[in-house]
Design a protein around this ligand. Structure first.
Ligand SMILES: [Zn+2]
Length: 473
């Protein structure tokens, strides 16, 4: 009897202790642009039954949700955590999962799907804090919250043997993810498939700043020149992808060390160092560049276009387009691509594919005209009939040429027939600068200052267009 009584007292004391969690000193938390006083009792955290003390910030309860410092909690669980300040987003990933959460965003990207978030990540006291339950559950971890003792524990399940069929009763929150579809045996190079990033170990002497990237975009090929001989270090292997960004990657040590990358679609490269490794990330050009222009010199190769007075249209188209290109290539705010730089003939489909793949903002197609009436001359500019923005740009170009180059005004015209206007997904203009069948036009077009002045007009029309086009929607 006596013993039982003692036990009851002990139980009562234990009970009181567990409730007697002292209130911490009130903290001042700054988030969402305001200072808040936070005086909830501390929350204890454990991962796989091991207590975890976060140092940069304690777990913080906001409403019904607990936010934790991202790296300190998720990196020990084998996840990579990457904060991208320019995007205001945090990337959390491992071999099979990728989560992207935006600070104060209402939705999260989870393995290709957008899912609603009841508590978004927040910057609290300048530290990135993310909702522990949401992330954990999406990654297939078990989360257990014990409100009475203010304890949160996460359990990362052990990997199940691959032969074992999934138990239909155990439908966990996260669906099984297909394994990334690539094989990589490159020495000292890891392919992080989810972010399309090659991560290179750094041999002595190599730095991201010295690497030279050559973009052979029409071939969907990039040459990453490490500008040195690292053949002892990067000594072989290959990477083959069946989907994603990279189709093939190989190391070429014939004359210094280069990575030769074939991509499925035209890709841009983000090159940086992180944690003493070189990161080479492949992205869609429109993800990297604010504005993109694709220039298309009509005809080429065996296709001369029209011919008049000894001038082949394909040649003069290329002269004009190259002068325009040279203005854009010096503009750091606009990325420019050309469907051809020399005398060959890309198919119409190739021209359109380039513009669509890079996610161009504007497609400019250069041609010259011909008719069997030599008295007809002048400039005309075509746009796709339903494109208000294309019309605006075409009118800017047309007006500029007529006013500044003394060309007869044959107007900006709506059209639905031109393949390139019809199949490009962005506003586009096709400029028929002059008539090679007209002696008057040939005289004008072949003046030495004509092409540079034409280039100026088209470049300036593009700048004006980019400044104003948003108001046209
Ligand atoms: Zn033509």
């Amino acid at each position: 009897m006596r013993h039982k009584f003692k036990g009851a007292i002990m139980a009562a004391i234990m009970f009181c202790m567990s409730y007697g969690v002292t209130h911490a000193e009130p903290m001042k938390l700054v988030y969402d642009g305001t200072a808040h006083t936070y005086d909830l009792p501390p929350i204890s955290l454990s991962i796989n039954n091991t207590p975890v003390q976060t140092t940069i910030m304690p777990p913080i309860q906001l409403g019904e949700r607990v936010l934790v410092p991202t790296r300190e909690v998720f990196e020990p669980m084998g996840l990579a955590v990457e904060w991208r300040a320019s995007e205001n987003k945090v990337y959390v990933y491992d071999q099979t999962s990728l989560l992207v959460l935006e600070v104060n965003g209402a939705e999260a990207f989870v393995n290709g799907e957008m899912k609603p978030l009841d508590m978004p990540p927040k910057i609290i006291n300048e530290k990135l804090m993310i909702p522990i339950r949401f992330i954990s559950e999406q990654l297939g971890f078990k989360v257990n919250w014990q409100g009475d003792i203010r304890s949160i524990s996460i359990e990362k399940p052990l990997p199940t043997p691959t032969e074992e069929l999934p138990d239909p009763d155990e439908n966990t929150v996260s669906e099984p993810q297909p394994m990334p579809d690539f094989e990589n045996s490159l020495s000292h190079v890891v392919y992080q498939y989810e972010t399309s990033t090659l991560i290179l170990d750094k041999p002595a002497g190599l730095s991201a700043g010295n690497i030279l990237v050559t973009d052979l975009y029409r071939d969907r090929k990039l040459i990453i020149d490490l500008q040195g001989n690292y053949s002892q270090f990067f000594n072989g292997g290959s990477l083959t992808g069946r989907q994603g960004k990279i189709k093939n990657a190989a190391i070429d040590n014939t004359n210094g060390t280069k990575l030769v990358i074939d991509t499925f679609t035209v890709s841009a490269v983000n090159l940086y160092e992180q944690d003493n490794k070189i990161h080479i990330q492949f992205v869609k050009p429109s993800e990297k560049y604010e504005k993109i222009v694709v220039l298309d010199a009509g005809h080429g190769g065996e296709d001369s276009g029209t011919v008049g007075g000894g001038i082949k249209e394909k040649d003069i188209n290329l002269v004009f387009t190259t002068d325009i290109y040279n203005l854009f290539i010096n503009d750091p705010n606009i990325k420019v691509y050309m469907t051809r730089e020399t005398d060959f003939k890309p198919s119409l489909a190739d021209r359109v594919a380039l513009a669509n793949e890079v996610g161009a903002d504007l497609f400019i197609c250069m041609h010259n005209n011909s008719i069997n009436k030599p008295e007809i001359n002048g400039t005309e500019t075509f746009y796709f009939a339903s494109s208000v923005q294309g019309q605006y740009f075409a009118k800017l170009v047309q007006a500029g040429i007529v006013q500044n180059l003394n060309m007869t005004d044959r107007k900006a015209k709506a059209d639905t027939g031109y393949y390139v206007l019809k199949n490009t997904k962005m506003p586009a203009a096709l400029i028929e600068v002059g008539f090679l069948s007209s002696e008057i036009d040939r005289q004008k077009l072949t003046q030495p200052d004509f092409s540079p002045r034409l280039a100026d007009i088209i470049y300036n029309a593009t700048l004006t267009y980019f400044e104003n086009y948003q108001s046209l929607n």
